[in-house]
Design a protein around this ligand. Structure first.
Ligand code: FAD
Ligand code: NAI
Length: 467
């Protein structure tokens, strides 16, 4: 029976990055994955395929709606080859997952394909079609990720009533797509299909979209999405979803508790994700998941079993690929007696719609709740020359800073390339910069980043230069 210093279960961004860092630090490392393709949710059915379809549909939307204004005309008709769009997405996923195979080889990591489960606190069984193997470990890392959360009364038939996994691999463009949940998946995939011509209706339980984001962001976003013809039904409680032949019926209660019925040809259920630990043999090592299914860990990400750690979506915190990666590195460095640290407040959150949305640190609502005195500076994207040149006028940068010290506490961006802009805010906040520090740094012109400088000027002394 082979013995490893570290066995990581799950090859998502948490698991494969942890395995690489363990190997870099000199540990004999194995990575267990039940699917043939490495990369987990993120590479196979999450971040990468969704961004691929967002990019393709964005090109189509621009060609249809904006090219003429730029003086670019088509002689023939513009049309969508949806099979080609899906097949491009597949090839992007294939290239990316093959890249992980390469990284595993390069770092001498033993990839063990099969379903991993704990036999005891030093042995893992790996079950494959051909039979099962046992491996021994000094330390194990659980990185088994998450699956879509389900509503108790809904049968996901994967044909008409679908999760994000099926929505990323449809055979046709829905005529009318009903979406339950106006969170990240609902907005990203809602925008993909809306751009491709689907009539999209989003039914949300809360009274605002993206309820976890700063309220100013939610308000700006709903205005923008309504302009893009996506319909929202807020404060609606979904009661039943049924496939009635070619169509799906959704029954919900509106804010006055009156029954309303929606009908479409597909219904995407995107109401969050749940930690995945099925068949992991946790009972054999005395670990009982919390009520929400997550595995409890201490600040070192160690479970109650001394030599078993857990990272990524399967533990507390935001379910994000870069959060899982940071935790993978942290655990490996703890194994080699280093003292790594993650500031969870500075893990950025991004929605890859267009305009993009990105935020880091505290929202205004959190600061109010925590009784922290703050000031704010906000700058609209439409005041930038760069935004006028590209016709990306929607959105703003909002900076929240401590009232007396001027330290930046939160940055919230809606706008073109917000996903990339947020890195400046993370850097500034990691170094505990003040709004004035940022406002005194040169930002190249013309760029969207100038909005960060201007919002910082507005937060420091209410003296933006361009409004
Ligand atoms: P996962 O990526 O879920 O990987 C877990 C792996 O463990 C899987 O490969 C699974 O097969 C394997 N596994 C589970 N149990 C066993 C077992 N017993 N034996 C062997 N193998 C096992 N996050 C972002 O930061 N940015 C984005 O743009 C983004 N987009 C997303 C879009 C969609 C549609 C979805 C669904 C998610 C998206 N996410 C995004 C979230 C991101 O995918 C997750 O946060 C991330 O994948 C979590 O990484 P992980 O390593 O914890 O787990
Ligand atoms: P989410 O948590 O982002 O949003 C779920 C939404 O559904 C919330 O607005 C919630 O109020 C609503 N909801 C919950 N129950 C409901 C009900 N019964 N009826 C109507 N609405 C209901 O979850 P989502 O969109 O499923 O995404 C899951 C996770 O995947 C995200 O939290 C995120 O961690 C990750 N993800 C990240 C992406 C990114 O970083 N760009 C992209 C996609 C997913």
């Amino acid at each position: 029976m082979t013995k490893f210093d570290v066995v990581v279960i799950g090859s998502g961004p948490g698991g494969y990055v942890c395995a690489i860092r363990c190997s870099q630090l000199g540990f004999k490392t194995a990575l267990v994955e039940k699917y043939n393709s490495l990369g987990g949710t993120c590479l196979n059915v999450g971040c990468i395929p969704s961004k691929s379809l967002l990019d393709s549909s964005h090109h189509y939307y621009d060609a249809k709606n904006h090219f003429q204004t730029h003086g670019i005309n088509f002689d023939g008709n513009l049309s969508i080859d949806f099979d080609q769009m899906i097949s491009r997405k597949k090839s992007v996923v294939d290239q990316t997952t093959k890249g992980i195979d390469f990284l595993m080889k390069k770092n001498n990591i033993n990839v063990l394909h099969g379903h991993g489960s704990f036999v005891d606190n030093e042995t893992i069984r790996i079950e494959k079609d051909e039979g099962s193997d046992l491996v021994k470990f000094d330390k194990a890392v659980i990185a088994t990720g998450s699956k879509p959360a389900l509503l108790p009364f809904v049968n996901i038939d994967k044909k008409r009533i679908i999760t994000s996994t099926e929505a990323l691999d449809l055979k046709e463009i829905p005529k009318k797509l009903l979406i339950i949940g106006a969170g990240v998946i609902g907005l990203e995939l809602g925008q993909v299909y809306s751009r491709l011509g689907s009539h999209v209706e989003i039914i949300e339980y809360s009274d605002k979209i993206t309820p976890f984001m700063d309220s100013a962001v939610s308000k700006e976003l709903i205005k923008i999405f309504k302009k893009q013809k996506i319909k929202f039904y807020l404060s609606h409680e979904v009661k039943n979803i049924e496939n009635i032949g070619p169509n799906v019926i959704v029954d919900a209660l509106d804010p006055d508790s009156k029954k309303v019925t929606f009908e479409g040809d597909y219904c995407l259920v995107s109401v969050g994700r749940r930690a995945y630990t099925d068949g992991l043999g946790l009972e054999n090592i005395g670990i009982i998941p919390e009520k929400n299914g997550k595995i409890n860990v201490n600040e070192k990400l160690q479970t109650k079993v001394e030599n078993i750690y857990a990272i990524g979506d399967v533990i507390k915190g935001p379910m994000l690929a870069h959060k899982a990666e940071e935790e993978g590195v942290l655990v490996a460095e703890i194994f080699s007696n280093q003292k790594p640290h993650i500031d969870y407040n500075l893990i950025p959150n991004v929605i890859y719609t267009w305009p993009e949305v990105a935020s880091v640190g505290k929202t205004e609502e959190q600061l109010m709740k925590e009784g922290i005195n703050y000031k704010k500076g906000q700058f609209p994207m439409r005041a930038l020359g760069r935004s006028r040149a590209s016709m990306d006028l929607d959105g703003f940068v909002k900076i929240l800073a401590e009232q007396k010290t001027d330290e930046i506490l939160g940055v919230h961006i809606v706008g073109a390339r917000a996903a990339d802009l947020i890195a400046e805010a993370v850097t500034a906040m990691e170094f505990r910069a003040s709004a004035e520090d940022v406002s005194r740094m040169s930002h190249s012109h013309p760029t969207y980043a100038e909005a960060i400088k201007e919002a910082a000027l507005a937060a420091t002394e209410d003296r933006p230069l361009h409004i």
